[in-house]
Design a protein around this ligand. Structure first.
Ligand code: SF4
Length: 213
């Protein structure tokens, strides 16, 4: 069993509920989407085919408790599902970062899914797989990356429409780095009393988005 891997590295979790926690990242190669503000275009192609055993051995070598499987779009590779299950079986706290276009129904129940809903400014709104919403569980997280006020208003609409804050433990709102001033987004959230978590990507603040960190 093999997966195409762009990189495996140890860093601090840059976002989500476990921000700041030392984590091993397994970045799978390939993504069917093309968000205009994507910051991992280097993972669209290339990579290296690795056996499941070799991947697990490398992850084990970091002696971390947390593992994040990311991409690209990890669920674009069917073998992502057994990788997630193997990681859970080994006792890791596992999260999966997925862009929201692929089916999450068969993801191992123990995995904390961090699912994007793509706002209009991403150019990928039409690919949101809304059939995923009934599969969201209380330990999952939904993330909106917002480029402007129109994106923010759309995200508010989606919160109401799908009762998202009741479905998942965290709804995350992030500004597109270098596009929407973070303070503006923070002010909007506070003015509207939205029960969401504002977040900045820690790895960008610490390391300016250097690859492999
Ligand atoms: S889904 Fe993620 S990896 Fe794919 S284009 Fe969008 S931001 Fe980039």
């Amino acid at each position: 069993m093999e997966l195409r891997i762009t990189e495996i590295f140890h860093s601090l979790q840059g976002e989500s509920r476990s921000v700041g926690v030392p984590t091993v990242f397994v970045r799978l190669t390939g993504c069917p989407q093309r968000c205009v503000w994507c910051d991992t275009e280097y993972a669209f192609q290339g990579g290296e085919k690795r056996s499941l055993d070799a991947i697990l051995e490398q992850v084990d070598g970091f002696s971390a408790r947390y593992v994040t499987v990311t991409g690209g779009e990890p669920l674009a590779q069917p073998n992502c599902l057994p990788l997630l299950t193997e990681l859970c079986d080994r006792g890791y706290q596992v999260s999966l970062e997925t862009g929201g276009a692929m089916d999450i129904a068969d993801v191992d129940e123990r995995v904390s899914v961090v699912m994007d809903l793509k706002a209009p400014g991403s150019g990928e709104q039409h690919n949101n797989r809304l059939e995923n919403i009934p599969h969201l569980r209380p330990h999952h997280q939904v993330k909106f990356v917002l480029a402007d006020r129109r994106d923010y208003d759309w995200a508010r609409f989606m919160l109401d429409q799908h009762n998202l804050t009741a479905r998942v433990s965290e709804v995350l709102f992030s500004p597109v780095h270098g596009q929407l001033p973070p303070g503006e987004l923070a002010d909007w959230i506070l003015a509207d009393r939205l029960p969401v978590r504002f977040q900045l990507q820690l790895h960008k603040l610490l390391w300016n988005d250097a690859r492999g960190r």
